[in-house]
Design a protein around this ligand. Structure first.
Ligand SMILES: Nc1ncnc2c1ncn2[C@@H]1O[C@H](COP(=O)(O)OP(=O)(O)OP(=O)(O)O)[C@@H](O)[C@H]1O
Ligand SMILES: [Mg+2]
Length: 503
């Protein structure tokens, strides 16, 4: 393993990396940073969560002249939350050198961005639509750009974004370095990319599989109308620290959030119709672990780096097999372990095969948990809680009361009742989701596979009129029933944490 000291990186940047706690390089960093520092165009492909942001951030920041007040480099990303996250990471890498990065994205007050731009950042991390707005208003000028990065490059060069990208690239000076990064790079996109690059080096981290091997991958063979109950049982048994659940459409996400809340889970949703301020709040609360379940369309599939995500659920199969790779890549980041569960209905088995072919990895069938399994799991949790209390001697002051009780009642009955009180029985509240069609490959002109409905980028022109404040329906307020559940306690992690939050 290489250290950053071996890679020709200047002192200010090295010191920043040390401050960030990065000691050794990841493979993509070791391979891409020296090539990019030489000034070559580059296509970098490496698995999710393996540090591609730093792989382009370091060479980009190294090139910046901090005394030059113009924008010298730009990262373009497909979603607003990703633009924000990339800007944060670049600001960390540039903190000692004095290189500033400003995020530029749709849904935020443009005047606020104009004010930030007046402070003369050298870098911006942007979504395409809003960036074009600024270019047209001449509040962002690209004449002094020397590096452009397309993060999630294959997505950026896909149908939904290609026109915007071409329009942006047309504003750049002839001479500039282009860096493309993604965990996936379908051949047709790579060929397209090479057309506007200058003899790019392809830096591909050799890996047997497209997905990282520390994500356990399973599927449940389920009927559409079983999905929700299986999801709840799986959540109860698995007891994730944080989980992301992907649904196919915005409506689906709303319904899932509503259903999960009805059953007492702590869940919030994110998709392109949710106002930007709310979107950021939802992500912030999830990062702080104030919400345990994030339900999302593909707007959260790419790039987001949230530590503590132990589980990803594909409640609906994604439209593209690439999207599967990115979605499950929200867990198992930076060497952590993760689990991914995908729901496959009988007519969708072919899609699963396509995904396995792309990832070169078998996805294991998992029998879905029964209500009994869940009860057993929850009881185990309750017993564990009791055991811990015994071991920690926390019952010291209750011994007299216990003796009195045991002189009157049967010992097994007493313990059984204690376990019952600590076991939060899963809510059986009926939840009805609108029916959805099984996934089909839809052909459109030119033979491209059409992208999934409604998931979508969440920025830029496609979304410009979309940031309505909700969809007109009012969410019911379930806080009351939540509170009841929270007080009833229970053995699993979910219950334990809830209780802590309330104590
Ligand atoms: N050299 C390093 N040492 C330790 N941690 C690192 C290192 N490089 C990056 N990380 C951390 O690894 C995590 C994943 O990095 P990053 O988001 O750049 O992954 P990525 O390859 O871009 O993934 P994705 O394909 O999902 O976008 C981040 O939390 C980052 O801070
Ligand atoms: Mg990334």
């Amino acid at each position: 393993m290489k250290t950053f000291y071996e890679l020709n990186i200047e002192a200010d940047v090295l010191n920043a990396l040390a401050k960030m706690g990065f000691e050794t390089t990841t493979p993509i960093q070791a391979q891409a940073i020296p090539t990019a520092i030489e000034g070559k165009d580059l296509i970098g492909q490496a698995q999710t969560g393996t540090g591609k942001t730093t792989a382009f951030g370091v060479p980009m920041i190294q090139k910046i002249d901090p005394k030059n007040p113009n924008i010298q480099g730009i990262v373009i990303a497909p979603t607003r939350e990703l633009a924000i996250q990339v800007a944060e990471e670049l600001n960390r890498i540039g903190q000692i050198k004095g290189v500033q990065t400003v995020p530029i994205y749709g849904g935020q007050d443009i005047n606020r961005q104009i004010r930030a731009l007046k402070r003369k950042p050298q870098l911006i991390a942007a979504t395409p639509g809003r960036l074009l707005d600024h270019i047209r208003r001449r509040t962002i000028k690209l004449q002094n750009i020397n590096t452009v990065v397309l993060d999630e490059a294959d997505e950026m060069l896909n149908m939904g974004f290609i026109e915007d990208i071409e329009a942006i690239l047309a504003e750049m000076p002839q001479e500039h370095q282009t860096l493309l990064f993604s965990a996936t790079m379908p051949k047709r996109i790579q060929l397209l990319a090479e057309k506007f690059m200058n003899q790019p080096e392809i830096v591909r981290v050799k890996a047997k599989q497209l997905t990282v091997d520390h994500i356990d991958q399973y599927y449940y063979d389920v009927k559409e109308n079983q999905k929700f109950d299986v999801l709840c049982r799986s959540l109860d048994i698995e007891s994730p620290d944080l989980a992301i659940i992907f649904g196919r459409t915005k409506k689906r996400v709303d319904e899932l959030v509503e259903g999960l809340m009805k059953r007492g889970y702590s869940a919030e949703g994110i998709h392109g119709d949710i106002p930007q301020v709310k979107r950021e709040k939802v992500i912030r609360r999830f990062k702080e672990q104030a919400t345990e379940i994030l339900v999302a369309t593909d707007v959260a599939a790419r790039g987001l780096d949230i530590s503590g995500v132990t589980h990803v659920y594909n409640f609906d199969l994604p439209q593209d097999p690439e999207s599967y790779v990115h979605r499950i890549g929200r867990t198992g980041r930076a060497g952590e372990k993760g689990s991914a569960y995908t729901f496959v209905t009988p007519r969708e088995m072919d899609h699963l095969k396509t995904i396995e072919k792309l990832t070169k990895r078998k996805i294991e069938k998992q029998l879905f948990p029964t209500y009994r399994d869940v009860m057993e799991g929850l009881q185990e949790g309750a017993i564990e809680q009791l055991r811990q209390t015994v071991w920690n001697n926390e019952g010291e002051n209750y011994r007299e009361a216990a003796k009195r009780l045991l002189s009157e009642e049967d010992a097994v009955d007493v313990v059984a009742s204690a376990i019952k009180l600590l076991t939060k029985e899963p809510s059986q509240t009926p939840v009805h989701l609108s029916s959805v069609e099984p996934l089909r490959v839809r052909k459109v002109k030119g033979g491209h596979q059409k992208r999934g409905g409604g998931g979508g980028g969440g920025n830029g022109r496609r979304q410009r009129n979309n940031d309505r404040s909700g969809d007109g329906r009012r969410r019911r307020n379930y806080s009351k029933s939540n509170n009841n559940k929270q007080q009833s306690g229970g053995g699993n992690k979910r219950n334990r944490r809830r209780n802590q939050n309330h104590s």
